[in-house]
Design a protein around this ligand. Structure first.
Ligand SMILES: C[S@@+](CC[C@H](N)C(=O)[O-])C[C@H]1O[C@@H](n2cnc3c(N)ncnc32)[C@H](O)[C@@H]1O
Length: 235
């Protein structure tokens, strides 16, 4: 009898940007610093989540681990996951050099094994768009099991508001070029050409159907969305 394992999306394969590439990973923080302050962004998210020291957090698609390290420094017990061995290696080295304490797991939205203990927070930044929509929903149905009752899911990603989406995407590509030349232009073009950012109304329906309540949403430039979602106690 066929099972989900037979046809599930291979999330270990790289789509769009190749985050197994050593050069790509080594230049990631520097190239991102041209358009975001990842440390301040992380601290703002932690403040927004209203965390208490000693609570637990799982960050999925941790990349170079900036957010995980800030969460650990803020007193959370942090587990960080990524499908890229190269990213994990880089993040682990940074963790050691900054004296943060983080448990790392190799795996992603579809493959992280269910753990005995659920988390107070599950977070993911700029990683969810690596899954096609059908698998985003399967991932959300898994993620809800990783969140404690009354715990929160936080998703930050490139998500597309329907109004003026073509203009917004073109503006973003031009803006990225003005900040980082051809490299950031191609980075943005590749995002929309090869990765799976989706419309906000599609993502929101999936989040809610999976059993979360969206308690806060913000949207910048019609393309950068942040969702804070609550796991209701009876789910
Ligand atoms: C654009 S980076 C974001 C990294 C970091 N969260 C940040 O905010 O800078 C995307 C990350 O998602 C990871 N990724 C890709 N597909 C994934 C999946 N299915 N599950 C978990 N992580 C995934 C990539 O390896 C990469 O490290």
């Amino acid at each position: 009898m066929a099972t989900i394992k037979d046809w599930i999306w291979n999330e270990i394969q790289q789509i769009g940007k190749d985050y197994e590439s050593v050069e790509e990973v080594a230049s990631y923080d520097e190239s991102h610093s041209k358009f975001r302050d990842a440390i301040k962004e992380s601290q703002d998210i932690l403040a927004h989540l209203n965390i208490t020291k000693g609570q637990t957090l799982l960050d999925i698609g941790c990349g170079t681990g900036v957010f995980a390290r800030e969460a650990s420094k803020a007193g959370l017990k942090v587990t960080a996951a990524d499908v890229s061995e190269t990213m994990l290696q880089y993040a682990k080295e940074k963790t050691n050099s900054e004296n943060a304490e983080i448990s790392y797991i190799k795996g992603g939205f579809l493959t992280i094994p269910l753990m005995e203990q659920a988390f107070d927070y599950v977070t993911t930044s700029f990683s969810f768009h690596h899954l096609p929509d059908f698998y985003k929903f399967i991932a959300l149905q898994r993620i809800i099991n990783f969140v404690k009752d009354n715990g929160k899911l936080f998703i930050q990603d490139v998500v597309i508001a329907e109004e003026d989406f073509e203009r917004n995407i073109n503006n973003l590509i031009d803006h990225q070029e003005s900040l980082g030349g051809k490299f950031l232009r191609e980075d943005a073009v590749q995002h929309f050409r090869e990765e799976f950012s989706t419309f906000d109304w599609i993502l929101e329906q999936m989040i809610e159907r999976a059993g979360f309540e969206i308690i806060d949403k913000s949207m910048e430039s019609g393309l950068l969305a942040r969702y804070t979602c609550l796991k209701a106690t009876n789910k």
